[in-house]
Design a protein around this ligand. Structure first.
Ligand SMILES: [Zn+2]
Ligand SMILES: [Zn+2]
Length: 97
């Protein structure tokens, strides 16, 4: 994933493990961007109150350790994301200000 304005990479996705992603971020360059990825067959996720866990830089499901996304903290000022796993159908939220 890249910032529209400065083209710096702000993170990486593990393509096969998510069902839906909403990410809003403010890049260090000052630009605000958002990413929404949804599939035609996406299901509505079950709300999950657990925090994502971090394994080797990647946010992972706290239930099955499945890896999902890396957000490069040093490249973004703040971000907010909502992401649903494909296999366990849990929706995690994370907000960093
Ligand atoms: Zn930028
Ligand atoms: Zn899971």
């Amino acid at each position: 994933m890249y910032c529209d304005k400065c083209n710096e990479s702000i993170g990486y996705l593990c393509y096969s493990t998510y069902d839906r992603l909403e990410l809003k971020y403010k890049c260090n360059c000052g630009s605000q961007g958002s990413v929404i990825i949804d599939f035609e067959d996406s299901k509505i996720g079950k709300k999950c109150n657990n925090e994502l866990i971090i394994i080797k830089n990647r946010f992972c499901c706290s239930k099955d350790n499945e890896s999902l996304i890396t957000v490069l903290d040093k490249k973004v000022n703040s971000y907010e994301m909502k992401i649903t796993y494909r296999s366990c159908n849990q929706t995690y939220r994370r907000e960093v200000k």
